[in-house]
Design a protein around this ligand. Structure first.
Ligand code: 3UK
Length: 517
């Protein structure tokens, strides 16, 4: 265990009254003799713990020199590469609050986040200039200063190599992650200094058993709370190695990365495992370096668990986590798992399944899942009503419906709202409907989840046309292209069905549940 930090028998963390979380995650490794150990490996470069610590310091100094002050926000739209680590931890060490959003979004989403966060600086990988630069132009004189990662690296190279940590309380604001809802704009979930310590120890170490000899490779990107833990905080917490790959996680790219870097733990989402399974049908492979595979983001169908085990010999540990909880709070373990379930609560995470009145249901009955733990977000930035709805007396409303089987495994039964998970990433039906209505032939649209051949949910559009006779395969293509171009590409509807009218409530609200068949 880390000096000055320990966990009680109740799994509650004890931290120094004043500290900075960059010290145990980054600087500690130098004192523990890991200076020459590899912290990050990519196809382009290798970064040791000593190099990482120095670059984190230079980054913190460069951010301060650019005029940022403690508590200011840094919006970092950065691909999976070492600079993500440098910016994230450099900011934290200097007391600045990093905010890494989804890198697949569009200019209007970024314009909103830049404005909502009131960030003092935007740093972005040049690959995302096509969305970030229009967002900045749209904000005109409200736009903060912005730099590409490459120009930031030039600032960093000339900044001083040592930096005293900005001391904070374990409960002080540390970093934010944006999360989307079914209506309204994304919400910035504000996480405290202690939260990464809690997830890394309780899930990383106590459930996955991550150690210094592990090499962690997350196909889920670092901007996702799931990827942030998998591919950054877990290996850094134990002094292990992170493998980063900036490419889109296709079966070919992920197999190549596994074969080149020989990770011991692989983290994916069900949509990727489905594509990998299809590729393994065509060309079988085994992955002898892997001691565990992990899945989260959406439920992993039991059949995929079995097929993966048959083909690769490894189990996939499904677990449910959220941006607000920071990482997995109910999960399967290597010595205790059941296919088709999310597993059992992670130590230190209290969970309850309640009815509409908030009363716990009898074991085996379904209800809404609430959790309580020390890693949950403190509040949503600028959204007091959403905060009050979701975070109640220390409990977090997950928005999910669950039941427990006779042996205590938790079974996912769907969302309590209309939100969809597509490839593990949030997708709001309302947003896709808004895009479809932008097409001149469309009168109304409803979007619901529909299972594909792997039993994974993808968006399906049910459309009412202004003139019913216009329905055609060409129009369907046009609607798909419109959504792919306007929205983050994973949000486009994979099927379009034309109907004469939509089911609605007396107040005119679309009854999506009636369309979900
Ligand atoms: C759904 C799951 C069934 C569920 C996440 C691991 O997904 C993550 O965070 P998000 O905020 O979404 C949270 C919501 O996604 N979900 C996630 N995992 C599962 N549903 N089975 C699962 N295994 O609706 C949950 O409320 O994007 C996952 C770690 C950190 C994360 N942020």
């Amino acid at each position: 265990m880390v000096q000055g930090i320990d966990f009680g028998p109740d799994h509650k963390v004890r931290l120094p009254a004043r500290f900075n979380v960059a010290v145990p995650f980054i600087d500690r490794h130098l004192g523990e003799g890991r200076g020459t150990k590899v912290a990050i490996r990519t196809a382009q470069e290798t970064v040791t713990y000593a190099q990482l610590a120095e670059r984190v310091n230079r980054t913190g100094n460069a951010l301060l020199a650019l005029g940022l002050k403690p508590r200011d926000r840094l919006l970092m739209v950065v691909k999976d590469c070492p600079a993500f680590f440098h910016l994230f931890w450099g900011a934290i060490k200097a007391g600045i609050v990093p905010v890494p959003p989804n890198t697949l979004l569009r200019a209007p989403d970024y314009a909103y986040m830049i404005d909502d966060s009131g960030c003092g600086l935007v740093v972005y990988s040049s690959e995302f200039a096509g969305e970030i630069e229009p967002a900045l132009r749209q904000l005109a004189d409200k736009a903060p200063r912005a730099l590409t990662v490459d120009s930031f690296l030039a600032e960093m190279a000339t900044a001083a190599p040592s930096l005293a940590p900005h001391l904070a309380d374990p409960g002080d604001d540390c970093f934010w992650l944006y999360s989307s809802g079914s209506t309204g704009r994304p919400k910035g979930a504000v996480h405290a200094q202690r939260d990464m310590v809690v997830t890394s120890e309780l899930y990383g170490v106590r459930v996955l058993g991550v150690t210094e000899s592990d090499v962690c490779y997350s196909a889920a990107k670092l901007f996702f709370a799931y990827g942030l833990g998998n591919g950054m905080t877990f290996p850094l917490w134990v002094g292990g190695t992170a493998v980063l790959d900036e490419r889109r996680p296709t079966p070919d790219a992920t197999f190549e990365t596994i074969e080149t870097f020989q990770p011991t733990i692989f983290y994916g989402v069900p949509t990727l495992y489905a594509a990998q399974l299809a590729a393994l049908d065509a060309k079988p492979r085994r992955f002898p370096s892997l001691r565990a595979c992990v899945s989260a983001g959406e439920a992993l169908p039991a059949d995929m668990f079995r097929r993966w085990k048959d083909k690769t010999g490894t189990v996939i540990l499904d677990g449910i986590g959220s941006t607000e909880a920071l990482h997995i709070f109910i999960g399967n373990r290597l010595d205790d798992f059941r296919a088709g379930t999310s597993g059992k609560p992670v130590p230190g995470y209290e969970v309850k399944i309640v009815d509409e009145a908030g009363k716990p249901v009898a074991k085996g009955e379904s209800g809404r899942l609430w959790i309580r733990a020390e890693s949950t977000a403190k509040y949503y930035w600028n959204k007091p009503e959403k905060t009050a709805e979701t975070m109640v007396e220390g409990w977090l409303n997950t928005g999910d419906t669950y039941r427990q089987d006779e042996d205590g495994y938790f079974i996912y039964e769907g969302r309590s709202d209309d939100m969809l998970k597509v490839g593990g990433i949030w997708c709001s039906p309302v947003e896709i409907e808004g895009c479809l209505i932008g097409h001149p032939a469309v009168l109304e649209a409803a979007v619901v989840g529909h299972a594909d051949s792997d039993s994974l949910i993808k968006p399906k559009a049910i459309v009412v046309l202004k003139q019913a006779g216009e329905a055609s395969a060409t129009l369907t293509d046009e609607l798909m292209v419109l959504c792919k171009k306007t929205l983050a590409p994973y949000k486009y509807p994979r099927w379009v069905e034309y109907v004469p009218e939509l089911p609605k409530t007396a107040t005119g609200k679309i009854q999506r549940f009636k369309l979900r068949a």
